[in-house]
Write a protein that binds this ligand. Structure first.
Ligand code: SF4
Length: 189
């Protein structure tokens, strides 16, 4: 089979630039905006991390300055899972972490109230435990149609999409021990 060889070593200046552009070999094709964004993380240390939004487990690079300030989060190009890409949720990881509008305290809205109050986390956990116990005791069924069922239909469980295998295992054990049969995970919804 005949082959064609093109020698470009003699090309220079505009011709070289034109050819390089056509085959995607320009030395730096970044736009001015991209260069500005790259400047934001200049000198920052990339720390390998994992997106916490879902169980796909995309790898990220968290860019951290010398004083420990998080400057940016990008997809990790060396990851065999995501190859540097992040979905829209993962692309918002920086805003999840650095966001002055993010709620960091427990908000509680009492029945019939029209506004939320701030409550301590320990109070919220205790209240949730009380409500689970009250609901279970009020709705637990030992037998149905002559068969032992030992369950409650008054409680359901919705696990978070970021739960790992061990967390899901523990949540499942806990719910089954209570007699909860409506168990779902956000990743399936
Ligand atoms: S939320 Fe998106 S970026 Fe994060 S792990 Fe899942 S697929 Fe990857």
């Amino acid at each position: 089979m005949a082959t064609t060889t093109i020698d470009i070593t003699g090309l220079a200046g505009a011709a070289e630039t034109e050819l390089s552009a056509r085959v995607g070999m320009l030395p730096n094709v970044a736009s001015e905006r991209t260069k500005r964004l790259q400047g934001r993380i200049a000198g920052a240390k990339p720390v390998t991390s994992v997106c916490g939004y879902c169980a796909v487990g995309c790898s990220t690079l968290a860019y951290v300055s010398d004083d420990g300030t998080l400057l940016d989060v990008e997809g990790n190009p060396e990851s065999p899972i995501n190859g540097g890409h992040l979905c829209p949720k993962g692309s918002a990881l920086f805003g999840l972490t650095v966001n002055d509008q993010r709620w960091t305290t427990v908000k509680y809205r009492a029945p019939y109230a029209d506004r939320y109050e701030e409550r301590p986390l320990a109070w919220a956990l205790e209240r949730i435990a009380q409500r689970i116990r009250e609901t279970r005791e009020a709705t637990f069924v030992r037998e149905r149609d002559g068969k032992r069922v030992n369950h409650t239909l008054g409680i359901s469980s919705l696990g978070g999409a970021t739960f790992g295998v061990e967390e899901n295992y523990l949540l499942g054990k806990f719910m089954h021990a209570l007699g909860v049969v409506s168990i779902e995970n956000q990743a399936r919804i």
